[in-house]
Design a protein around this ligand. Structure first.
Ligand code: NAP
Length: 334
């Protein structure tokens, strides 16, 4: 018998998740049946979207139900197999939840190779956030060389990749992030042309300075006031990619919509939402491009790994406090 340590949803939060949101359980897993595998989960992806999955509301995916193991992307090792497509020792990525061991019938799993990339990369730059940035920018943002691309949440998992791809495509890149250290990193390490510290300067004024030719593409991870500020600086035929709105996810009041939306009319601009899973068939193309850029040194990767399954509730909250610096990942440990 294997005991899995699990974080389950105890009660739906109103506003920020608290200790009352979660229950830590130790569950004896059943013996494997034909067609099943036992996975030792090694890394768990912590994503802002997890907050949305706690709401009992219509979305692009079903909410997590009360009592269920919290949904999360994971990478782990197959330690027992009764499945013809998976063998002991295989590493697999999939949505196996915030737990130390998982039984799976293989649905939604794909094998990953730890000799090609460190395992956390498969949850970040070569995983869901990487696919989001790649397709959101290239398919929906449609950047052209010489254009100005602005990205919010720029020092995060999706934002850091978006800015670097825009730079590789020959664009002027301006990132918006919280704090001096993150802004310095964007310019010195990721090669952004400029960075705006939204916590310490006026975003509107800084956009005027850093985007003298206006904004052609805005990749928005944050929403709220930042979206409104960027809307005042867009060019004719600008593309606004609505990837996320993390500033709004824990609101106890209605989401703050953009009051400057008429700028879309004046500029014949387009604002379009994206959901990463729509591109699933094309993931291999993105993974190949991203892996090539990493290998050539054109693209840098920053992961923020926190150790200990027991820290899940507070580690998740780092995303909403800006305490993660790079892709946030929980390492399960022994
Ligand atoms: P992340 O950027 O690595 O981490 C979240 C960051 O958001 C924090 O580090 C913080 O950075 C910033 N933040 C938190 N609260 C904020 C606030 N009130 N105002 C401004 N910034 C705030 O997270 P990620 O995984 O890359 O996700 C980024 C966005 O993409 C999220 O909105 C997420 O929901 C979205 N997303 C969408 C899809 C899709 O399919 N549409 C897929 C994946 C992710 P600072 O220190 O700079 O404040």
């Amino acid at each position: 018998m294997t005991t899995s340590q699990q974080w389950c949803l105890k009660a739906r939060p109103f506003g920020e998740p608290t200790n009352d949101t979660w229950e830590f359980k130790q569950t004896e897993l059943p013996e494997l049946k034909e067609g099943q595998i036992l996975i030792k989960v090694e890394y768990i992806s912590l994503d802002p979207a997890m907050r949305g999955w706690l709401n009992d509301a219509k979305s692009y995916i079903e909410p997590v139900q009360i009592g269920e193991v919290m949904r999360a992307g994971t990478v782990g090792k197959v330690i027992k197999s009764q499945h013809k497509s998976f063998s002991e020792g295989d590493y697999v990525a999939g949505y196996n939840g915030v737990q130390s061991y998982a039984v799976s019938d293989g649905t939604g799993l794909h094998k990953v190779d730890p000799s090609l990339a460190p395992l956390p990369y498969y949850l970040g730059v070569l995983g869901m956030p990487g696919m989001t940035g790649y397709f959101g920018l290239l398919k929906t943002g449609e950047p052209k060389a010489g254009e100005t691309v602005v990205v919010s949440g720029a020092a995060g998992a999706v934002g850091g990749l978006v800015g670097q791809i825009a730079r590789i495509k020959g664009c002027r890149v301006v990132g918006i992030a919280g704090g001096k250290e993150k802004c310095k990193f964007l310019i010195d390490e990721l090669g952004f042309d400029a960075a705006i510290d939204y916590k310490n300067e006026s975003v509107k004024d800084a956009l005027k300075q850093t985007c003298p030719k206006g904004v052609d593409v805005f990749f928005d991870n944050v929403g709220g006031d930042i979206l409104d500020d960027v809307l005042t600086q867009i060019n004719v035929k600008a593309r606004i990619v609505i990837c996320g709105a993390i500033s709004q996810y824990n609101n106890t009041t209605p989401v703050k919509g953009p009051s400057n939306y008429l700028s879309l009319l004046v500029n014949r601009a387009r604002m379009e939402g994206i959901v990463v899973f729509d591109n699933i068939k094309e993931y291999p193309v993105a993974m190949k491009d991203i892996a090539t850029w990493i290998k050539s040194g054109e693209l840098k990767v920053k992961d923020h790994v926190v150790e200990g399954l027991e820290t899940f509730p507070e580690t998740l909250m780092m995303l909403f406090k800006g305490e993660n610096f790079g892709k946030l990942i929980l390492k399960v440990g022994e």
